[in-house]
Design a binder for this molecule. Structure first.
Ligand code: ZN
Length: 188
C-alpha cells in the first residue's frame, strides 16, 4: 500500500531530526485516546529549550515536531526521568493530563489534583500533539504551530491545545531506550 503524502512528509521530517539531532535522549510510548496502537516517539533534549522562568511557561519548553519527534529542554528531560523513576508510567497504566487541562485550576481540582502539572502530564499533552501531527500530516506544523501560542482556553483558537490535553496518553519510557548519559537520572 502506498503511503499518503502527509505520512511521507512526516517520515521525512522524522528522518531529518534523527540525522541532525543524533540519538534521542530516550524514547517513549505515546498515543491519542482515539488511536488503537501505541507509537514509539523519539525525545530529543536540547539546552536551548531549557526554561529560565518557572511554571506555567514550563510547558513552552516542549515542542512536538512530528508524530515521532518531541524536543524538550534538558531540565525538563531530567525532571521527567526522575518522575519516572519514582512512579513509572506504562501502556497498561498511562499518564493523562488531570482533568484534561494543564492550566485550568478549577478542572484540575475537580479531578482531585491541586498542584501544578507534572512533567509526565506535560509529556501526555505532547503525546496529544503527536496524534494531531499524525492526523493532520503536512498541515500540522503551520496550523497547530500557529495557534499553540494561545494555549488552552475557551476560544476556537484554543482547540488544538485543549484537545492535546484531553486526548494525549503517555505510556512510559521504552525499555532500554534511555541513552547512557541520561540513565543516571533513573538511578540517583
Ligand atoms: Zn501544546
Amino acid at each position: 500500500m502506498r503511503a499518503s503524502p502527509a505520512a511521507m512528509l512526516d517520515h521525512l521530517w522524522t528522518w531529518c531530526f534523527r540525522h541532525l539531532g543524533g540519538t534521542p535522549a530516550f524514547r517513549i510510548w505515546g498515543k491519542g485516546r482515539r488511536e488503537a496502537a501505541w507509537r514509539q516517539i523519539d525525545v530529543f533534549a536540547s539546552a536551548r529549550h531549557n526554561l529560565e522562568s518557572r511554571w506555567p511557561l514550563w510547558a513552552g519548553s516542549c515542542v512536538t515536531w512530528t508524530a515521532h519527534v518531541i524536543v524538550v529542554g534538558e531540565d525538563f528531560a531530567e525532571r521527567l526521568l526522575r518522575e519516572q523513576r519514582q512512579s513509572p508510567a506504562s501502556r497498561q497504566q498511562p499518564v493523562a493530563v488531570a482533568g484534561g487541562r494543564l492550566s485550568d485550576r478549577q478542572r484540575r481540582l475537580q479531578a482531585g489534583i491541586s498542584g501544578p502539572p507534572t512533567a509526565s502530564e506535560i509529556m501526555a499533552h505532547e503525546c496529544g500533539h503527536t496524534a494531531q501531527a499524525r492526523r493532520l500530516g503536512a498541515a500540522y506544523l503551520p496550523v497547530v504551530g500557529a495557534v499553540t501560542l494561545f494555549r488552552e482556553g475557551p476560544h476556537w483558537w484554543n482547540h488544538f491545545e485543549n484537545e492535546a490535553s484531553e486526548s494525549g496518553l503517555f505510556g512510559g519510557l521504552v525499555s532500554g531506550s534511555v541513552r547512557a548519559d541520561w540513565a543516571r537520572y533513573l538511578r540517583d
